[in-house]
Design a protein around this ligand. Structure first.
Ligand SMILES: [Fe+2]
Length: 308
């Protein structure tokens, strides 16, 4: 039952024009622009789909308004897909569509689906950094990115009211593994075929439910800044960032998304194999972000000009 990562995230949106502009500015490539569906992709082949809120093709979501309506996981081959169909086939909500995708609903009420992965991991030349005693970039300036082009859809985050039950569903029935946890309030999960620190983060906080954010890896810290500054220049609002997570080690910059929740630029997250030892953290603001600008570039510009 080898699930390898995120294939597609499907949104229900109320304004295609705004959604198209957002994802274009974010750096994804428009590959379909039809009256009923807009599709963007990353260079590795993961996709963002958008349909109108009232489209009957959309699965239900726990919250109203623009939000994620389905997460499609990629599996390594048809045998893995057959295993998932057999495992989930006992659930009333499970069905197989004409294309062979397995559709189901997790215990938190989020629609999920499974298909043979169409994602091809991108091999890009590594960025070289100068560190004390290890000068790797000599007589050359570091790259400045005028904007970002994310390559990898890395993780999706949902708030749930039944954290333990939902985690158990992904672990026991779909073979996900726990990478790290916030005691009692959040669990980072990765499927068996993924080395990403997490492809799914489930959190339980107050009465919150539903989609929180979708993250994409960029090439280096310079591209985090380039993408964030470009999004800001285009009028999109920072949710939080730039900053750095102590759990996962990633640098980040989140932007509020008119399609629902936020979208995150992410760089240098931990990569884990079977030797990774899961850790427990006490939830706190410091555990979430080692440092971060709460209001993004506006505050940064204020610092530049000497304003408060
Ligand atoms: Fe994230």
């Amino acid at each position: 039952m080898q699930i390898v990562g995120l294939n597609t995230v499907v949104y229900g949106v109320d304004d295609f024009d705004v959604a198209r502009r957002y994802w274009t500015d974010f750096g994804l490539q428009l590959v379909m622009d039809a009256p009923d569906q807009v599709i963007f992709c990353t260079p590795e082949g993961s996709q963002v789909h958008m349909r109108h809120l009232a489209d009957p093709m959309l699965a239900p979501a726990p919250v109203a308004g623009p939000t994620v309506r389905q997460v499609v996981w990629g599996v390594q081959d048809q045998a893995a897909l057959d295993d998932i169909a057999a495992e989930l086939g006992q659930d009333a909500s499970t069905r197989i569509d004409d294309a062979g995708r397995v559709h189901a609903t997790d215990p938190a009420g989020h629609a999920i689906a499974f298909e043979v992965s169409g994602v091809e991991p991108l091999m890009q030349p590594p960025t070289v950094f100068n560190t004390p005693g290890h000068a790797m970039r000599i007589n050359a300036a570091a790259q400045i990115y005028p904007r970002a082009y994310p390559s990898h859809m890395s993780h999706v985050v949902f708030a749930v009211q039944n954290l333990q039950e939902t985690v158990a569903f992904y672990e026991k029935r779909l073979g996900f593994r726990v990478t790290d946890s916030y005691t009692g309030s959040g669990v980072f999960l990765r499927p068996a075929g993924s080395a990403d620190h997490h492809n799914l983060f489930l959190l339980q906080r107050g009465d919150a439910v539903g989609f929180h954010h979708l993250a994409f890896d960029v090439r280096d810290i310079h591209e985090v800044f380039g993408g964030g500054l470009f999004m800001t220049s285009r009028g999109w609002q920072t949710h939080i960032g730039p900053g750095r997570h102590p759990v996962s080690s990633a640098y980040f910059w989140y932007f509020k998304n008119p399609c629902g929740g936020a979208a995150e630029y992410d760089f240098d997250a931990d990569i884990c194999d079977d030797r990774w030892v899961a850790r427990q953290f006490v939830p706190s603001a410091e555990a979430f972000a080692e440092w971060a600008f709460p209001d993004g570039v506006q505050r940064y510009q204020g610092m530049q000009t000497g304003k408060a």
